[in-house]
Ligand binder design. Sequence first.
Ligand SMILES: [Zn+2]
Length: 339
Amino acid sequence: MKLVYHDRFLGHRQRDEDHPERPERLIAIRDRLQAEKLWTDVLEPQPAAAEDILRIHHANYIKTLGRMGEGVWDRDTYVRPETLEIATLAAGAGVLAAETAWTGRETAWALVRPPGHHATAASAMGFCYLNSLAIAAARHVALGRGRVAIVDVDVHHGNGTQEAFYDNPDVLVISAHESPLFPGTGTTDETGMGTGAGLNINVPLPYGSGDATYRNFMGMIVEPALRRWRPSIVLVSFGTDIHYLDPLAGLTLSSQGCVELAARIESLAAELCDGRVAYFLEGGYHLDSLSEIIAAAVGRASGRKVKLKFTDVKDTAGTAAGVIDFVADRIEQGILVPA
Ligand SMILES: [Zn+2]
């Protein structure tokens, strides 16, 4: 179990102090991990290499971001003179987490800001500038290390990641997300194209979905899909904005429900790829639930128990049975994740 983190991530700020994607998120995580004596094995990243970034992003976009100075990119994504530098360091942290998982056959966590999964080839959006996970995944494939499985459990659809690998035969992308919600993409009929046909799996879930629904999502979709795919590494976009306390969305996972997602992904990675799994911090805007979930997930991977406070189970019956059955059937039939 390794953590990847840099204090420089605290220097990244959106326009307003009360923007939900703020430095206090990482401070809360770091403080909680320290209090739990889990702040050990922390690796310091280097900025991502240009050649790694340019597999995912257009050179003109990077140039524009670097020369912009300060200003509004979109309604909730602000650019400052240091934004590109810090996003490049976050991408480097993602690359290091994947590298560590690969060489050490272990779990690694990239505890980063800014997040990345909404960033597209040519644009920042939704608090994201560089798609750190996509950059690490493309590098893994370019180095000839084999197939990648991406699981995105942030409450928002990982549109940037979907776009990056939509026609890629080496990368399976699975995203569960609340729908309708920002960014508005992520329907079940977005399934990939060309040599990537059938390798993009979306599971849109209604307001209120929580623990029981995500148990079905893991058991009926993620586990069978990854067993068919047999990845050499699993990369996870991990957002705790699926929690019932999160102010930006309407799903209802408990803290233990979020930790269970990480636990099941790790069991799968142990079964399929020698335990190689890297987590990338995406969203999660309620500081106390965010920090306890990350601490408990990190603790679990290190064999240590962390006491949880936000444990109300609000979804015991499961929602979206139609969507989950539909996607599960298509995996079973080999329409999704073709051999
Ligand atoms: Zn999110």
